[in-house]
Design a binder for this molecule. Structure first.
Ligand code: S3P
Length: 447
């Protein structure tokens, strides 16, 4: 998608529900005691995968006038509806969150399961969750070492653990946290920097006993007690900050834009992108919205302003990990050099995002180079707005690699070009944000 003129984007929008929170709500409601109601859930393919897997594990769910209703079976009440000798076959599609978080729950079950996914997911590291879950007593076997999908998991009686993760990953943390609910006694988990804490917040709401600690050097430790019972959820899911980020960027790229995004989730573990943008000189105001949910929400007011390049790294990275592709796009249009460091994790996402960004950006004639743990980009400043508007300089496609965030990032950059940038595949955006193109189209139509 691309505009033929650089008319400012103006309007007030709401994005769909948060993907990370929706995955957790489906998984945890499924093992709660009783009926949960979830409103405003993310409607992307990834979350549907999680819902489908839980249905296969014997958890009824349906949508009624109140929202998504999940009839929880209790921590130990899951019962696969179909299975073979190797266990129930669970298709995680493209979703790393489904595969990793589900393993945390399956580790505590007394039946085997077989997890598989698409090509991208089958390349992604699973050893990071397999190692602690094995230490707790689960068996996780794949075709290779270190383990990847497809894998077989057989759980059972788990013991508590004290585990220090090398990566700040909410998926690893959540897998261990979920398994710890099944273990007797107290488990401890430490990560080098705090990653998003949606699992902790939701479990606290459901009655689990969780204690958090941050060290002066930034490491984050969770202590969790095993339990017999989780209370059901009554939850309204806020707008997905990660989808909002791509629309915020559109407004920051197009002169005179003014955009309002309503009821966006602003959990501090997710909003590192706002901190980075403010450092770049962006004009963004957040107005908190009162809600009874444990997840904070705000209306975001964004006004166009030219941006300057900055360096991002350290503890900011886990707080903006899914926004780094769109940060890179903004860096292209900013004045001066931007650097992303400490972000090796980008290589293990739905695609190698460092390579995907580098090849797309370079193909557009913008200077960039890959770093072992990130990317350096020479922003063109206002030049990008002026020089490239007359024609698209590309003869071949930018390869989105079937990665939803790469597709969204280059779709936003495409707004600056008079002819749409040819992108290999944008249908993958419906993995997280089926509403993204309709919202962008609506904004462009109202210019
Ligand atoms: C997610 C955590 C992040 C993020 C992913 C969703 C989650 O991954 O990149 O899109 O819902 O827990 P890591 O925390 O593993 O880096």
């Amino acid at each position: 998608m691309s505009s033929t003129s650089l008319a400012p984007l103006r309007g007030s929008l709401s994005v769909g529900g948060d993907k990370s929170i929706t995955h957790r709500a489906i998984l945890l409601a499924s093992i709660a005691d009783g009926k949960s109601i979830i409103r405003g859930e993310n409607k992307g393919i990834d979350c549907l995968r999680t819902l489908r897997c839980m249905q296969q594990l014997g958890v009824p769910s349906f949508v009624d006038s109140q929202g998504l209703v999940i009839e929880g079976r209790g921590l130990r009440g899951l019962c696969p509806v179909l299975g073979s000798a190797s266990g129930v076959r669970l298709d995680c599609g493209n979703s790393g969150t489904t595969a990793r978080l589900l393993c945390g729950i399956l580790a505590g079950q007394h039946f085997p399961a077989f997890l598989f996914g698409d090509r991208s997911l089958s390349l992604r590291p699973m050893e990071r969750i397999a190692r602690p879950l094995r230490q707790m007593g689960a068996s996780i076997v794949g075709r290779s070492t270190p383990v990847t999908l497809p894998l077989q998991i057989a759980g059972g009686t788990l013991h508590s653990i004290s585990y220090r993760s090398q990566v700040a990953s909410a998926q690893v943390k959540s897998a261990v946290l979920f398994a710890s609910l099944y273990a007797e006694g107290e488990s401890r988990y430490t990560e080098p920097f705090p990653s998003r804490d949606h699992s902790e917040r939701m479990l606290e709401q459901m009655g689990a006993s969780i204690y958090r600690q941050e060290s002066p050097r930034g490491a984050y430790t969770l202590t969790v007690e095993g339990t017999d019972r989780l209370s059901p959820l009554d939850l309204t899911i806020p707008g997905d900050f990660s989808t909002a980020a791509y629309l915020i960027a559109a407004a920051l790229l197009i002169p005179d834009s003014a955009l309002v995004l309503r009821r966006v989730g602003v959990n501090p573990g997710r909003t590192g992108f706002l901190d980075a943008l403010r450092q770049m000189g962006a004009d963004i105001r957040t107005e908190p919205v009162f809600c009874s949910s444990p997840e904070p929400q705000a209306d975001l007011y964004i006004r166009y302003r030219p941006l300057r390049g900055i360096n991002v790294g350290g503890s900011l990275i886990p707080r903006m990990i899914d926004e780094l592709p769109i940060f890179a796009v903004l860096a292209c249009a900013a004045e001066g050099i931007s650097r992303i460091r400490d972000a090796k994790e980008l290589r293990y996402k739905e695609s190698d995002r460092i390579q995907a960004l580098l090849s797309g950006i370079s193909a557009l004639g913008i200077k960039a180079r890959a770093l072992p743990d990130g990317l350096e980009i020479e922003g063109t400043g206002e030049l990008l707005h002026r020089a490239n508007r007359t024609r698209s300089i590309l003869s071949s496609c930018i390869d989105t690699r079937g990665d939803h965030r790469i597709a969204m990032a280059f779709s936003v950059l495409s707004l600056l070009y008079q002819e749409p940038l040819p992108l290999s595949d944008v249908s993958c955006v419906s993995i997280s944000a089926p509403e993204f193109f309709p919202l962008l189209k609506k904004l462009l139509a109202s210019c």
